[in-house]
Ligand binder design. Structure first.
Ligand SMILES: [Zn+2]
Length: 133
């Protein structure tokens, strides 16, 4: 599969997740247009609201490095859960701002793989266009 290498990178960083409360580990790997792969893992907090999901860790890092949505070729998000999981609602909103609508989002739990995009994951999403009065 075209994105197997990206899934593998996401699984490598999943091992670095800090998830002492949920024991649910997430890794994410983003492929940039210059070939760079930027990764992130979920980082939990005793104050649960301060927890950061793996895909948000990765995409914030991508933006911090100076990349923007047009530089992002694909994002892989992987978990060690028994069922295939999609991004949480907060992450869908963040990804809708920071990814192009058709950027491939590759989900995997090591057993199943699904390729989608934010257009499928968050229809009728709130965007900057909605701020127009
Ligand atoms: Zn999330």
């Amino acid at each position: 599969m075209e994105y197997n290498f990206l899934i593998e990178e996401a699984f490598k960083v999943l091992k670095n997740a800090y998830a002492p409360y949920s024991n649910y580990h997430v890794g994410s790997a983003i492929l940039c247009d210059d070939g760079r792969i930027v990764v992130g893992a979920n980082i939990e907090n005793a104050s649960f609201g301060a927890t950061n999901c793996g895909e948000r860790t990765a995409i914030f890092q991508v933006y911090s490095l100076g990349y923007r949505k047009d530089n992002i070729k694909a994002i892989a998000i992987v978990t060690d859960g028994s069922i295939l999981a999609g991004p949480c609602g907060i992450c869908r909103q963040v990804l809708s701002e920071l990814l192009n609508d058709d950027t491939p989002i590759i989900l995997s739990n090591g057993k199943e793989v699904q390729i989608t995009n934010i257009d499928n994951l968050l229809p009728l999403r709130f965007t900057d266009k909605d701020l127009v009065k």
